[in-house]
Write a protein that binds this ligand. Sequence first.
Ligand SMILES: Cc1cc2nc3c(=O)[nH]c(=O)nc-3n(C[C@H](O)[C@H](O)[C@H](O)COP(=O)(O)OP(=O)(O)OC[C@H]3O[C@@H](n4cnc5c(N)ncnc54)[C@H](O)[C@@H]3O)c2cc1C
Length: 391
Amino acid sequence: MGLSVVVVGGGIGGLFTANALLAHGFDVTVCEQAPALGEVGAGVFLTPNSVRHLHRVGLQAAVEKFGARVGTGSHYFRHDGAPIAPVQVADASGWNATFGMHRADLVELLANALPDGAVRTGHRAVGFEQDDRKARVLFANGATVEADAAIAADGIHSELRQFVAPPSRPVFHGSVAYRGVLPHYLIRDWPTDRWLMWLGRSKHFLTFPVRSGQLINYVGFVPADAEMKESWSAPGDPDLLRAEFEGWEPRIGELLGQVQNTFRWALYDREPLPVWTKGRLTLLGDAAHPMLPHLGQGANQSIEDGIALGTILAKADRTQVTPALAAYERLRRERVAAVQRGARENGMRYDSAYSDLGVRDAEIRAHAEFRKKLYSHDVVPEAQALAQSLG
Ligand SMILES: Cc1cc2nc3c(=O)[nH]c(=O)nc-3n(C[C@H](O)[C@H](O)[C@H](O)COP(=O)(O)OP(=O)(O)OC[C@H]3O[C@@H](n4cnc5c(N)ncnc54)[C@H](O)[C@@H]3O)c2cc1C
């Protein structure tokens, strides 16, 4: 058996990382605070830069089965339906592995690939200790899990971040996202093979298919009201959602006419952290780098984190855990900070925060090049090279 690793948080980042570590023969335990694994009723957009790693850990068939492939008909429009530009869905080599996925399906397929007993639910991490031999995570239920390394994948409100980085406050961006899924049979004319986005003043609206096109995921981004400034997530009122997009291209109104329940998320990120790692503890996913959803990269970057970490730790022996985690941080911190910044910039484009929308539209067209680079990145060769340098 290789090194032992405790992963705190059974979200997309933590569960993928457990898969990546198991592929290298590690002894992995995932500790999740909730009584059962699960996810909200909304979609996540998977792009080639993470799908190649899902393939690497043997999940290609599961992704094809549960995902909905998003193709070249994907498009940006102005709010009234005037076309702006095609959406880049392939990497620079033309490889299109872009999928809409129901978040619950992704969590389920990642969890199902783990051995029985690898996930412990009802474990809320409340403390952390380490010495030159082991990392120890302490849980509210009185349990302690000891391992060679500890990975904090416990989300934007990470409890374990305080053991690594100086305190920082999440940054609120004044917007909320209404999210939900609709059965496709309610909106039979809606395409099931493309990502579609409409851009208006301070608002934008997105749809993509999930679960083989049986469901259509929608997200409506709108300015926050006073209530949402106080809360992270809350049930939304479908009538208020419909009112937000009144006067937009009529097919949006037809889709929203079918919505009976919806949920709202306030949009927060953080400034890039100066440090992710302390000794045997490192941060991963939203715990390390929460970002705005305007590049659709939060989950994708957590998957890149997980494969990079597994690749580097695989070359470490028990005496090299600390330098291996530091190498992971060095590899990931700058790339992810650039994606965090890129998501903020794209939010300005999507919310039409430009005096000249012609300039904005030109930037959206040009943005295909940014996405090609983003999607072509393969973190594994760089991680392998860094791992060699551990000695
Ligand atoms: C509106 C919106 C749309 C988005 N769309 C996309 C998209 O299309 N593509 C994309 O890539 N990303 C998207 N994202 C971002 C993405 O959802 C996140 O970046 C991603 O889910 C992060 O995963 P994570 O595992 O790091 O954190 P989380 O999903 O937050 O998981 C953290 C887990 O840790 C658990 N936990 C928390 N505290 C503790 C504790 N103390 N002890 C034990 N367990 C704990 C939680 O219960 C949870 O299960 C979107 C986000 C938003 C808000």
